[in-house]
Design a protein around this ligand. Sequence first.
Ligand SMILES: [Zn+2]
Length: 183
Amino acid sequence: MGGRQIRTESLECPNCGASIPAPDGQGVVVCRYCHSTIRLSAEGGGSAPAIVDASALPDEVRDLIRGHIAAGRTMQAISAYREQTSLPLKQSKEAVENMAREMGIELPKPSSLPCVLIPLGFLVWVGLIALMPFVAPWVARQVLGEGVSAGTVETSRALLPIIFVVVSVAVFFVALGRSRKGR
Ligand SMILES: [Zn+2]
């Protein structure tokens, strides 16, 4: 995507000495042997990136993550790793997958449930919008009292779906923004 490419050469993990492939432009790599987070300097142009620092995964955190993996709690394992390293989801997932492979465990697919929930949630949402014209007179009576005019009911019939869509889209994007930030 237009950015310059860092030559992919292999690096040596400062923690365990294993040879690990240099990243394709990312600032952080995870050693697949000892799970250290290795921060790299993106400077250096064409040559291999320089290692800034490496922080090994504390034993107790590694044991905790292994416990989650052994119990099939993939999401908890990934979030424990993220919490410790503050790495993005993709890299944390890769690190946890590597740890599971070492343990000889096949991770359950954590993404299958949300994949079903997204279209399901969308259908419910569309269904609620379709219901809005029918509940609008009731809402108008609740908000404005029993003596609402027919004109007001008609207006609420038109306005309520719009208000609902605007509010739910706003809530969706606020929630999306929060989850992007990590927490
Ligand atoms: Zn290492």
